[in-house]
Design a binder for this molecule. Structure first.
Ligand SMILES: C[S@@+](CC[C@H](N)C(=O)[O-])C[C@H]1O[C@@H](n2cnc3c(N)ncnc32)[C@H](O)[C@@H]1O
Length: 264
């Protein structure tokens, strides 16, 4: 759980408010506090250069991320910061040391880098066109700093999963995902991918940005296959952090094409 310690506790204010209003005001204040702490981990250089990069501070390291502005995966999204902050501040409960971790939709690689700095054996994945920049960021920020050098691998959701990530030889302790659900046509493939990568003991840590109704539907669909727990919520960012494990029931089979219509 991301710990939200409140400093919103003026006794006079507390006394004047209804309990529900008090609670709401406290949650709102706590949200803003933690969010400003998370956002403060990002540092944008004032110097204008031809290379665009941002620095982030996690796990005692300055992580420099090179961004390209031409696609979704080429910038660091706020959900990635939320997930990195969670991994850092909950490193005891979600111990990454020597764990097999895969990140899907890794984009610039920040989350994978933080997981590697925390000691995990990481495979960072994304679409083929993202891999060059992803590899560059991962190499620059993990060489000589990590116990296990992370791998970068193509994983296009739903594509050749049995061939490229055979269940028999892959066993992930964690699947990490930040901001992978938005208005794209691969939502069912994404669900298939989560399902394929997880065995019953795998923990999914997923930071989800809510934008459209379609995305709420994805959460409902996800819940058919996984037991989902909301670990933290950041209303000012419209982001929720979820933990999920695969349902044990044999009934959760990826359903037919009719069900997929929900995402179209
Ligand atoms: C909004 S970005 C988030 C990037 C990164 N996780 C972050 O939070 O900064 C979504 C990511 O999903 C990846 N993505 C989109 N469609 C995909 C697909 N069909 N297969 C694999 N990755 C995909 C994009 O390339 C991009 O890196």
């Amino acid at each position: 759980m991301i710990k939200k310690t409140s400093i919103y506790s003026h006794p006079l204010i507390d006394h004047l408010m209804e309990p529900e209003v008090q609670e709401e005001a406290r949650e709102d204040h706590d949200d803003k506090q933690v969010v400003s702490e998370i956002m403060a981990r990002c540092f944008i250089p004032t110097l204008v250069t031809s290379i665009s990069w941002e620095a982030f501070h996690f796990v005692g390291h300055e992580i420099r991320i090179t961004e390209a502005k031409d696609c979704y995966g080429a910038v660091v999204w706020p959900s990635a910061l939320v997930l990195c902050y969670f991994l850092e501040t909950n490193a005891k409960q979600y111990n990454m040391v020597d764990k097999n971790v895969i990140e899907i939709g890794a984009g610039t690689g920040l989350v994978s880098i933080v997981a590697s700095l925390l000691g995990a054996r990481v495979t960072a994945t994304d679409l083929p066109e993202l891999l060059g920049n992803l590899q560059y960021n991962i190499s620059c920020n993990t060489k000589m700093k990590c116990k296990h050098l992370p791998q970068v691998k193509e994983l296009s959701w739903g594509v050749a999963l049995d061939k490229n990530f055979p269940r028999a030889s892959n066993s992930f302790d964690y699947v990490l995902a930040a901001d992978v659900v938005y208005a794209h046509p691969f939502l069912e493939d994404l669900l298939l991918t989560f399902d394929h990568l997880c065995k019953e003991t795998t923990i999914v840590l997923w930071a989800m940005k809510f934008r459209l109704e379609k995305e709420n539907k994805f959460v409902d669909r996800f819940k058919e296959l996984f037991d989902l727990e909301e670990v933290s919520s950041f209303p000012s960012l419209n982001i929720k952090l979820y933990k999920a494990v695969k349902k044990k029931s044999k009934e959760c089979i990826i359903s037919s094409n009719e069900d997929m219509e929900v995402f179209r």
